[in-house]
Write a protein of this length. Structure first.
Length: 234
């Protein structure tokens, strides 16, 4: 287990990720200016949330640039958004956050408050107002979306930047949860193969097709996820 979030720097692999590593470290410093206490507390609170947060940060940046053709500067904000997106888990009991088996219905309902928990901790400035809109969506591109979509979120133009940003962070969070090693996810869960990941991103539990992600987006994200988890992830 990481003893300090700064140790994530050391874990970065030797392959050609220098620019991403630099960007991650810059974003981590930005997050620590206002959120150091939250990040340190989260590390105490959860066995795997920091590794998950690192993975979502880098994976969302890669999905933005490699799947959705964002420029590096357009995708930069995903690094900090990924690092802090689950700090609201501090409001969820350690028993639930660290549970080594499937959550019950009631436990799952209780952990949903973590999204609002993150939003209330973000600084009250323009930069974080936009980031809050993106983070608020990270569990909304799924069959049982939460928090419930506002009228404004329901009405978002699907070609708008905000809609795409929200979709990218949600996609990265789901790919991380599905494909991650046991270091950043619940120990009872085996990592999904790319094929399973594609199916789960595009189908509901009853087998019907969903439209949150196109088959192409799911395929590209799952392939990128495999590359990421083979070489770069924690
Ligand atoms: Fe979350
Ligand atoms: Fe997450």
């Amino acid at each position: 287990m990481l003893t300090s979030l700064m140790e994530i720097n050391i874990a970065l692999p030797k392959r050609d990720v220098t620019d991403r590593a630099k960007l991650f470290n810059t974003s981590l410093q930005e997050a620590r200016i206002w959120g150091a206490d939250y990040l340190d507390s989260l590390q105490e609170h959860s066995k795997w949330k920091l590794a998950h947060s690192y993975n979502v940060a880098v994976l969302s940046y890669r999905i933005a640039t490699e799947v959705f053709s964002y420029s590096s500067s357009e995708a930069e904000m995903f690094m900090e958004a990924g690092i802090v997106h689950d700090i609201g888990c501090l409001d969820v009991s350690e028993d639930i956050i660290n549970k080594d088996s499937v959550l019950s219905y009631d436990e799952f309902e209780l952990q949903k408050i973590h999204v609002e928990g993150t939003l209330k901790r973000l600084p009250d400035t323009e930069k974080y107002t936009n980031m809050a809109k993106v983070i608020r969506g990270h569990h909304q591109f799924r069959n049982d979306p939460y928090p419930a979509l506002t009228d404004e979120e329901e009405g978002l133009d699907k070609s708008s930047r905000l809609f795409m940003d929200r979709k990218i962070l949600a996609l990265a969070d789901q790919v991380e949860a599905l494909m991650a090693s046991k270091q950043s996810s619940r120990p009872y869960k085996e990592p999904s193969t790319p094929e399973e990941t594609i199916r789960l991103l595009t189908h509901a539990r009853d087998g019907s097709k969903t439209e949150y992600f196109t088959p192409e987006e799911a395929k590209m994200a799952a392939e990128l996820g495999q590359d990421f988890f083979d070489q770069e992830a924690l």
